[in-house]
Ligand binder design. Structure first.
Ligand SMILES: NC(=O)C1=CN([C@@H]2O[C@H](COP(=O)(O)OP(=O)(O)OC[C@H]3O[C@@H](n4cnc5c(N)ncnc54)[C@H](OP(=O)(O)O)[C@@H]3O)[C@@H](O)[C@H]2O)C=CC1
Ligand SMILES: CC(C)CCC[C@@H](C)[C@H]1CC[C@H]2C3=C(CC[C@]12C)[C@@]1(C)CCC(=O)C[C@@H]1CC3
Length: 345
């Protein structure tokens, strides 16, 4: 067992700090005077004031080295949702999170902030202004969501004022911004392959998309407000841009901002969902022979064709959360950050 040393309140660790959100988070933490240790399976960059520890979060010994003298841990590592690898999600999001909690105990960490997801309550049907007291999805839309639910439960149940170990879960939705490897690149790839001509459903469904800097702001507020006498202990908080937008308007603004045409023709939701389900089943059967990844997975079709937006009232009340960057400005900044994805580039 590692020897406990007194953790400094300004020393924190970001597990998953090489990833999209993790890197934005630690850049902001450094700006705010924190000393940051990064723990990630890969080292993607170097930054002054940041110490990298490369390792798998399922490896307790490797984690203990990165958590030495750390008082706050941000856990924002996860396999990518698109990997659809059940065993990997189980190993990293569930078993690995247990290991993270255990390592935090052993290292004397005082606060654990988990990046969960608003999708933990999403079952593929409409959610309008959903609050945190909605029940967890009984039929999660994919393995990723299934394991994010278990992960969140583990972290929130580990909160113990008696042990001096406080936990909170941040539930962002649809994070986007510079360096995001998912939303904009997947969208533009689909457009370049001629697959972004159709709107799924009538196009009126409202969704939350959250600029990465607002998600970071929510994490830091949570860490700084998490105290033994605060309401945050063991709770989950939605963090969004608080400006629900039509899914297809948002996609169209990004597409047009990068020089592509917006989708114009409508297809019925149930038809597209049925086709996506069929293709997913075919891909599953053929998996031992060939790996096919349909662009329109059932999960993406559900996300593209239903209402799913969430109330941030609890985060506003308990930690004074307000988005820092409005949606319009966030889209402009995001579009400008992808010159290489511009049409013709
Ligand atoms: N992006 C979004 O829209 C949303 C994301 N979230 C959550 O936010 C968090 C961050 O997401 P995002 O930044 O987009 O994801 P990224 O994939 O960009 O970042 C995750 C990082 O964790 C690393 N990682 C994966 N497995 C392990 C492991 N076993 N040990 C150590 N590091 C590991 C990844 O490495 P590698 O790349 O090699 O796998 C990557 O560097 C995740 O928990 C995600 O579930 C929640 C809601 C929305
Ligand atoms: C091909 C198009 C129909 C869709 C292109 C955009 C999508 C790649 C994104 C739209 C909503 C996004 C989203 C996530 C990933 C990227 C999208 C599917 C998450 C699944 C990421 C992880 C989460 O926790 C929930 C997110 C919901 C929204």
């Amino acid at each position: 067992m590692a020897t406990r040393t007194r953790p400094s309140s300004k020393r924190c660790a970001v597990i998953g700090g090489s990833g999209f959100l993790g890197r934005h988070l630690l850049e902001r933490l450094v700006d705010r005077g924190y000393t940051v240790n990064v723990f990630d399976i890969r080292q993607a960059y170097e930054l002054p004031g940041v110490t990298f520890h490369r390792g798998d979060l399922c490896d307790r010994q490797a984690l203990l080295v990165a958590l030495k003298e750390v008082s706050i841990v941000f856990h924002c590592a996860s396999p990518a949702p698109a990997s659809d690898d059940r065993a990997l999600f189980q190993r990293v999001n569930i078993d690995g999170t247990r290991t993270v909690i255990q390592a935090c105990h052993e290292a004397g960490v005082q606060k654990l902030i988990l990046t969960s997801s608003a999708s933990v309550v999403f079952e593929g049907t409409d959610i309008k202004n959903g609050r945190e007291d909605l029940p967890y999805a009984k039929k999660p839309i994919d393995y990723y969501t299934e394991t994010k639910i278990q992960q969140e439960k583990l972290v929130l149940e580990a909160c113990s004022k008696e042990k001096g170990f406080l936990t909170v879960a941040i539930r962002p939705h649809g994070i986007f911004g510079p360096r995001d490897p998912q939303l904009v690149p997947i969208l533009i790839d689909a457009a370049r392959r001629g697959k972004m001509k159709f709107i799924i459903g009538d196009g009126s469904n409202l969704v939350d998309f959250t600029y990465v800097e607002n998600v970071v702001h929510g994490h830091i507020l949570a860490a700084e407000h998490l105290k033994a006498d605060s309401p945050l202990c063991g709770q989950a908080y939605h963090i969004t841009n608080d400006e629900p937008v039509r899914f297809w308007d948002f996609m169209s603004q990004i597409l047009e901002g990068l020089g592509y045409s917006a989708p114009r023709y409508h297809l019925p939701y149930t038809l597209v969902y049925g086709i996506a389900l069929l293709l997913w089943l075919i891909a599953l059967v053929l998996r031992p022979l060939i790996r096919i990844k349909p662009t329109f997975s059932p999960m993406r079709v559900a996300l593209a064709g239903t209402h799913h937006y969430y109330s941030c009232a609890r985060a506003k009340k308990d930690m004074g959360y307000q988005p820092l960057v409005p949606l319009r400005e966030a889209i402009v900044r995001t579009v400008e950050s992808y010159p290489h994805l511009r049409k013709g580039a």
